[in-house]
Write a protein that binds this ligand. Structure first.
Ligand code: ADP
Length: 489
């Protein structure tokens, strides 16, 4: 099949969170299964160009409509881990993608609505007629809308428009003029059956538009697909999602095991494989020593719990802090790596960092660091994810692959991937520790049982590590589910 993905992120060159990993990982697997895949993203100035090979101009003068004029764009093509990636560079006055940042811009709506039209304009002008255009999150949510309202009539053929919700809490609410600016008709679209927001009736909701206009809509885990149809989890769109439930499906994300794999990972100091248990235990322990030395933690074999996360409300900030304190109080060590777009949150964690640093029992690294992330996944014994909600979550899957047992709040994709070794009805699948309530007690219960198992049940712990590392967490199965949806026979 000929499949085009379009999104605001792709790993590793433009990565903020899991969206980037999904776009890259799914695309690689589709290519491995023999399909033709192209990816279209904005040409941000802050892209990691060192990981792009053979970057060349693919299309020089692509004009795309914006606010009564036709803006010139250059379309670049490069290869990222073997994937073909097109990048759209607008030559507009406000330099939409020359901001040194992917998202932190007051005119995000304008930037991504502009991008969405330019994507379809590129497909039309370059005579591409893909089987599937798969767009992701609100940034590219106008693509199915633009196709049906405009580009189909102009002769562009797309057999299926697929849309994936990675996080329902970001919906792209906007005033009419913003979508008028790219030639859509807001008066027509501000209608309950189309893009009208279900709470703020004077606003358009881009995510709603994607759900209404796409042929199929997916989200990133079966549990999240159910949760978003409830009042509590629906972020105001539960009625709509229930109405369209027949075209909504939850497909669990995989992880890119060519990138996240302790057998081959060049970013960890000692590789290990569950195929060789002695080497696994020895080298994982050496990874732990290396990590502890690097971050100046006290010596000894205390249980080491890690977390790598965006420091945002969704991730349970109070619960993360509680997990750190509880771990240290009850004889463990803790490593947190995270960054936040919010200076107040950063300040809070800076203060915590200053407070815990002298103890050498916990370490906070308040930045984004890809190499250290790999070393944390490999070097920790357990990994905590106390999210308030979690559409899928990749870090519990990555940590499982590295034999680092997850402690997870039982919500969304976490509930579909982490099964408690003591309490889960799926005992055979037990691979970590879960807790239900997003409270101090919930966190303590998860942390306490983890530390006890680590300290007093070594054989069980070792069996669990090997079992976790042997799980098939690759994109192989999920890609098959996507292909079915794409209409592949
Ligand atoms: P989300 O998409 O909500 O951020 P996910 O668990 O789906 O959460 O994906 C997070 C991804 O971002 C993982 O690959 C994780 O390793 C990575 N990540 C998050 N914070 C950092 C950081 N500070 N440094 C390096 N990688 C990070």
């Amino acid at each position: 099949m000929y499949i085009i993905h379009t999104a605001a992120e792709i790993a590793p060159i433009a990565k903020v969170g899991g969206l980037a990993d999904v776009v890259a990982g799914l695309s690689k697997e589709l290519v491995a299964q023999g399909h033709t895949v192209e990816i279209i993203i904005p040409k941000y100035d802050c892209l990691d160009y060192s990981s792009v090979k053979d970057l060349q101009i693919a299309y020089e003068n692509l004009y795309s409509y914006y606010r009564g004029a036709w803006i010139r764009n250059t379309i670049w093509r490069g290869f990222v881990d073997g994937l073909t990636v097109f990048m759209i560079e607008p030559h507009d006055e406000t330099h939409f993608f020359q901001r040194g940042s992917y998202y932190d811009c007051p005119d995000n709506m304008e930037r991504f609505t502009y991008f969405s039209r330019a994507v379809l304009e590129f497909l039309l002008k370059s005579n591409r007629h893909p089987d599937v255009v798969h767009s992701h999150d609100w940034h590219t949510g106008l693509i199915p809308v633009l196709y049906h309202e405009m580009y189909k009539g102009l002769g562009l053929e797309i057999k299926k428009n697929i849309f994936t919700i990675h996080n329902l809490s970001h919906q792209g609410l906007t005033e009419g003029w913003i979508i008028d600016a790219i030639g859509l008709k807001s008066a027509h679209l501000l209608h309950f059956d189309r893009l009208q927001d279900e709470t703020h009736l004077h606003l358009l909701n881009i995510l709603k538009g994607a759900i209404v206009y796409a042929d199929s809509c997916t989200t990133v885990s079966p549990s999240y697909a159910k949760e978003i149809q409830t009042v509590e989890g629906g972020c105001g769109l539960n009625r709509l999602l229930t109405f369209y439930s027949s075209k909504l499906v939850g497909i669990l994300n995989g992880i890119d095991i060519s990138y996240w794999n302790p057998e081959t990972d060049p970013l960890i100091p000692h590789k290990y494989s569950p195929k060789n248990k002695d080497q696994f235990f020895k080298n994982k322990a050496r990874c732990k020593d290396h990590l502890k030395k690097r971050l100046h933690l006290n010596e000894g074999n205390k249980p080491l719990i890690g977390i790598v996360t965006r420091l945002v409300h969704q991730k349970g900030l109070d619960l993360i802090v509680q997990a750190l304190h509880r771990t240290v109080e009850t004889g463990g060590q803790f490593i947190l790596m995270g960054s936040s777009p919010d200076p107040i949150v950063t300040e809070r964690f800076n203060l915590l960092q200053e407070a815990v640093l002298p103890t050498h029992e916990a370490h906070l690294e308040l930045k984004h660091n890809e190499i250290l992330a790999h070393q944390i996944f490999a070097g920790c014994d357990a990994f905590i994810i106390p999210s308030l909600f979690e559409p899928c979550g990749l870090t519990q899957q990555i940590s499982l692959k590295y034999g680092t047992l997850p402690i997870a709040r039982r919500t969304g994709g976490l509930a579909d991937t982490v099964f408690d070794v003591e309490t889960s009805p799926h005992q055979k699948m037990g691979n970590g520790f879960t807790f239900d309530h997003p409270t101090t007690e919930g966190v303590n219960w998860g942390v306490d049982r983890t530390l006890k198992t680590f300290m007093h049940k070594r054989i069980l712990w070792q069996e669990l590590m090997i079992k976790a590392a042997n799980l098939d967490l690759s994109w192989h199965l999920p890609a098959g589910q996507y292909l079915q949806l794409y209409g592949h026979h």
